[in-house]
Structures are given as structure tokens and as C-alpha cells.
Design a protein around this ligand. Structure first.
Ligand code: AMP
Ligand code: MG
Length: 360
């Protein structure tokens, strides 16, 4: 694999806050990023969900570089990012399901990815051989400015080493991919902190393939009974799920994992039992602010890491990947993390925590 001297360029945060895509497009750093993308190179940049590692979604050679840089399994397809609604037509085969139209009207730009039938312009490399493609329009002016300058749809998975916690800051990308990619644009911390919600919109009802930044409740508000609820998918969808063509190939992998073995505390009585049994040395407890104030003061020799308020799960979401990376700097033997209610974005948080955790 080619070696690079990885450059990080900091983008003025006030320009990002202003949100003026045209003035961002004037920046030499963005023009450089776009040139690299057009030449078939990879570039890391912020989105509102997490940092992405982008490449021209229509260029098979460029796409291969994403898989190489991340060490990503070949059968895990990529999400294609666009900058405007009208770019969708060129990528979708046939007409768009009206349910999909309602969803993108409600949530784009934003952390919702739709899976649709793909046109030929998207090569098999991008979709890992599937006939479908996952597409989203990100809600970050810097990301959209880069896509516009590059003039092509941009495939971008999270910019981390495959299996590691997703990057929510430029330094996380550097830690994982230094020497493996030419450029990182630093746009400050990612706002949402978790990846997009992936929905399959190819049939008469919509299925959530991966929970993420847009919650089940928010989707339900838009399409009501046209959303499959957990368990309901069982019949028709399970039948269509064959070994060769799983619905969302990426979901089978262990993901987001810290090196430190992580175990889930499923409720308050489990926490009490755990504390009574006496925790071994060199252990950390990752608790909500509420439980940390309630149980933390009585604990000696146990490191308590606060993850944010149970009442404000969006704050937990914004910091969870950074917290998992921080955990690995502490050289602990193990850590326990509190389960939070699976409401709103809590569903996506618990999905990531489960994948990050070891099973006993
Ligand atoms: P990542 O880019 O790592 O956040 O992961 C992308 C997610 O989207 C994975 O869970 C993939 O399995 C899923 N995905 C991407 N393309 C498709 C597709 N064509 N059909 C179903 N799921 C997809
Ligand atoms: Mg990822």
C-alpha cells in the first residue's frame, strides 16, 4: 500500500458556523481536497455524524483505496454522499418510492441514509456487489462544499481503522490513519457523534437497517404504520435475507470496539449487585451523570467515568466514541458501562455499545 505524509488542515470554525457553502468553496484547503478526490485519492473530512473517509463513488480504483486505508472487509458496502436533492435522480434506478420522498423531505440534509436500487454509474466496488446503493445528503456545509467542488458523488465510511470506535474529531482520524491517507480536513468535533440511520425504502414498508442519528420515533412521525417495528419484519423480510445477500452486510461485524474489554450493566439492580460483589482492581465504571453522583462517592479505587445525563441522550451520543477512545489510554483490565433507555437516539447509542462490548 502507498505511504503518505498525512496533512491536517484546520478550517476556520466561524466559517463553518456561518454555513455559507460558497465562501467555503473559496478556501484553498477545500480546493485541494476536491482535486485529490477528482484524481482518485481519498480524503478525510468532518460530517455532522462522524468524520468520513471520502472517495469518488463512481471510480472503482478510488473506492479500493478506502477499503485498503481502513482495512475494511470487502463485503461491507459504502454510503454515497450527495450535495443536493437533484443529484439523487442520477443514482437511483427507476422511480423513488413516495415513502422515501417523504423521508428525505423531512430529514435531508441530515443523518438519514436511504437504500435504493442503484444505477450503473455506481460500480460494484462501492456497493460490495449489491444491486442497491445507500445514499445520504449530509447536514454539514463543509461536506457539501467538498462534494460540490469535486463534482461527483462521494462514497464515505467513517474515517477510522476498521473495527475501532468511529472518529468524531480530526485527531481520532490521524491516530488511526496517519501515513495511510494524504489529507484530513479538521472542522472541529462532529455534532451528532453517531452514524446515520440506514433505512431500506425499496418496498411498500420501510425498514430500519441500522439505528442512528434520526430516531425511530422521528421516522414513525413521518410515515406512521409504513415503518416496520422491531419483530414485525420477521415474515417477509427474513425470507428475503439469504446468506449471500444479507440486507445490511456491515451490521454483522464487530465494530466500534475499544481494546479494553467492555461489559454492559443492564439496569440499576445489576449495578448494585456488581458493587456488592466487589469490583476487581484496575476496573472502570462508565456511568450516566445521574448514576455517577448516586453511586460514585461511595467507591474507592474504582475509576468512574461520566458519560453524560440519562435525560439528555443526545449529549451521550455526541461523546460516546471519544469516551471509548479515552478508555484505551487508561490501561485498565476491564470496564463496565451503564445501559441507557432505548428511546430516541438511545436506541442507536445502545446498538453501538452492544457492538463495542465483549460478551461473557
Ligand atoms: P459505515 O459507512 O461504516 O457507517 O456503514 C455503512 C452502513 O450502511 C453499513 O451498516 C452497511 O451495511 C450499510 N449499507 C451500505 N450500503 C448498503 C446497501 N446497499 N444495502 C444495505 N445496507 C447498506
Ligand atoms: Mg464505520
Amino acid at each position: 500500500m502507498k505511504e503518505y505524509v498525512t496533512e491536517i488542515i484546520k478550517i476556520d470554525e466561524s466559517l463553518i458556523e456561518e454555513g455559507n457553502i460558497d465562501s467555503l468553496k473559496e478556501l484553498p484547503a477545500l480546493q485541494r481536497a476536491a482535486e485529490l478526490l477528482k484524481e482518485g485519492e481519498v480524503v478525510a473530512f468532518p460530517t455532522e455524524t462522524v468524520y468520513g473517509l471520502g472517495a469518488d463513488a463512481t471510480n472503482p480504483e478510488a473506492i479500493k483505496k478506502i477499503y485498503q486505508a481502513k482495512g475494511r472487509p470487502q463485503d461491507n458496502p459504502l454510503i454515497v454522499h450527495i450535495a443536493a436533492f437533484n443529484e439523487l435522480d442520477g443514482l437511483v434506478k427507476g422511480s423513488l418510492n413516495p415513502l422515501a420522498e417523504r423521508l428525505i423531505k423531512a430529514f435531508w440534509p441530515g443523518p438519514l441514509t436511504i437504500v435504493v436500487d442503484k444505477r450503473e454509474i455506481i460500480p460494484d466496488e462501492t456497493t460490495a456487489g449489491l444491486d442497491s446503493v445507500a445514499i445520504r445528503m449530509p447536514d454539514h456545509p463543509l461536506t457539501r462544499a467538498i462534494i460540490q467542488l469535486a463534482g461527483v458523488p462521494i462514497a464515505a465510511p467513517s474515517a477510522n481503522k476498521s473495527g475501532a470506535p468511529s472518529p468524531t474529531r480530526a485527531e481520532h482520524v490521524f491516530a488511526d490513519l496517519q501515513g495511510r491517507i494524504p489529507l484530513i480536513l479538521d472542522g472541529g468535533p462532529a455534532r451528532v457523534g453517531l452514524e446515520s440511520t440506514v433505512v431500506d425504502v425499496r418496498s411498500e414498508r420501510v425498514q430500519i437497517l441500522r439505528p442512528g442519528g434520526v430516531s425511530r420515533e422521528e421516522i414513525r412521525e413521518v410515515i406512521g404504520a409504513y415503518l416496520y417495528e422491531p419483530g414485525e419484519e420477521a415474515g417477509s423480510i427474513k425470507k428475503s435475507r439469504t446468506a449471500e445477500k444479507p440486507l445490511s452486510p456491515g451490521m454483522k461485524y464487530r465494530h466500534y470496539s475499544p481494546e479494553t474489554p467492555l461489559f454492559i450493566i443492564k439496569d440499576e439492580s445489576s449495578l448494585k449487585k456488581l458493587l456488592q460483589s466487589g469490583l476487581p482492581e484496575n476496573t472502570a465504571l462508565i456511568l450516566s451523570d445521574e448514576w455517577a453522583s448516586k453511586y460514585g462517592p461511595g467507591l474507592k479505587d474504582i475509576k468512574v467515568i461520566k458519560m453524560g445525563p440519562r435525560e439528555r441522550p443526545e449529549l451521550i451520543a455526541a461523546g460516546i466514541f471519544q469516551l471509548l477512545r479515552y478508555l484505551d489510554t487508561l490501561s485498565l483490565d476491564r470496564a463496565y458501562i451503564e445501559a441507557i433507555p432505548e428511546k430516541g437516539i438511545g436506541e442507536a447509542i445502545m446498538n453501538r455499545i452492544r457492538k463495542a462490548s465483549s460478551r461473557e
